[in-house]
Ligand binder design. Sequence first.
Ligand SMILES: *Cc1c(COP(=O)(O)O)cnc(C)c1O
Length: 449
Amino acid sequence: MDFLPNIARTDKTLFDAMKSELKRQRSYIEMIPSENFTSLAVLEANGSVLTNKYSEGYPGKRYYGGNQFIDVVEDLARERAKKLFGVPNVNVQPYSGSPANFAVYSALCKPGDVIMGQNLQDGGHLTHGFTASMTGQFFKSVPYHVKPDGYLDIDEVRRLAVANKPKLIWVGSTAYTREFPFEEFGEIADETGAYLAADTSHISGLIVAGVHKSPVEYVHIVTTTTHKTLRGPRGAMIMVTDKGLKKDPELADKIDKAVFPGLQGGPHDNAVAGIAIALDEASKPAFKEYAKQIVKNAKALAEGLSKRGLKLVTGGTENHMILIDLTPFGKGKGIFVQEGLDAAGIVVNKNTIPQDPSSPFYPSGIRLGTPAMTTRGLKEPEMEQIAGFISEVVEQVKGYDLPEDKEQRSEALKKFRKDLAANKAIASIRERTLALCSRFPLYPELGNT
Ligand SMILES: *Cc1c(COP(=O)(O)O)cnc(C)c1O
């Protein structure tokens, strides 16, 4: 199969960038926990003729003609999701995770209503009421936190919910390495009359495979992106549970109306088809094995890092993710480790840690995840090897500091980057990460780059 033969012919500049991106994905150890490598079938759906169609509305109730086959596609996605997650209602049209969460707000809340979510520094998502997100400006956000040991402070959640009577509580996060106490959140929502929404974006693949407990029994709504552990195209779903319909029989209808016409126009039918494929793939025994291996790999990586003296938030992991706390080396070290790892062929993201002494742009942690490399076939022995690479890189860069002064800061970063390019130890790790990647080919069907 030729790689993008038509783009190659019509748009050389764009083709070169896309070919380089494929090469980058193949030759780097991808450890950003929100990323994954979809199947070729999902890629095919995403690049298909379905992108040409307008289909505002829902199956059987469209505003435009010619939707008889799009209805089949969307129904397939909805039915597969209902079955896989065990819920009575699913909306597969949200363009991505953030718009899905906005739809939940617009279905349930009025501007100024009290909402609760996990504080951003403590691992919460922007859309759960952070000030920089519109969700923190339209609503009165009361964030809850993790304890000094890194685990959610469920007593604080209860205290804040009783005192503030929120309309909506979120449970779910982008940087939390432990199982969520969905049952306790469910009790708190019942006691205070709040709607409870689980945002399972990061862990939905683990949930459908049965390696993380499901929130469905305890919450009214579940939102999830489809492109993280679920390994589908970029997109999202909003599910209404039986508990949700019991609290509010109109809930599914409110969600559907909030998505369209409330916030969106025509759905991305190419993405909806990709979601249908991903859901089918996720229902197979091979996916269960995959999800189990994601967690095994994360635990092996956590052990390898701890063994080498690196400090992890909560001391380890129960899911696909690890947070390294770099404060033993000083504050704001995330950028040096991220860039050092990139130069060594390992892609991660710097991340805030609970009670971060630095800022979100220069945080003191590193977030790592195993879903993408598990898709490529890596197992525990390779995780042990990667832990060694990461620890070597930290050794190389931990002495660099970020000056407070802005001008000095950019000078310091410039010098750091120059040093990195000349660092022989980093170059030697890069050779080893390249060798590791070449043992686990990615998309061989797409040919050579
Ligand atoms: C990734 C993520 C989102 C947002 O998804 P986008 O597709 O990037 O908009 C929302 N909530 C959580 C918990 C996430 O991890």
